[in-house]
Design a protein around this ligand. Structure first.
Ligand SMILES: [Zn+2]
Length: 61
């Protein structure tokens, strides 16, 4: 793996994923829609877990 991953920032608070530990980086939540991929850091994902669950398609339950 010689290529560096694309920079990822939390859409909500702007946290830089590359500064997280490996364990924290794995806890990030991504959501892909027509406009692209949106990332939430673990903290914001927890804060918005209800919103995220509310948007999940039914087959995901
Ligand atoms: Zn965040």
């Amino acid at each position: 793996m010689s290529e560096r991953p694309e920079p990822i920032n939390c859409e909500h608070c702007g946290r830089d994923r590359s500064t997280d530990t490996d364990v924290d980086a794995l806890a990030w939540a991504s959501d892909t829609d027509a406009t692209g991929t949106h990332w939430l850091c673990p903290q914001c994902a927890r804060d918005h877990v209800r919103d995220i669950e509310g948007k999940l398609p039914r087959e995901y339950w």
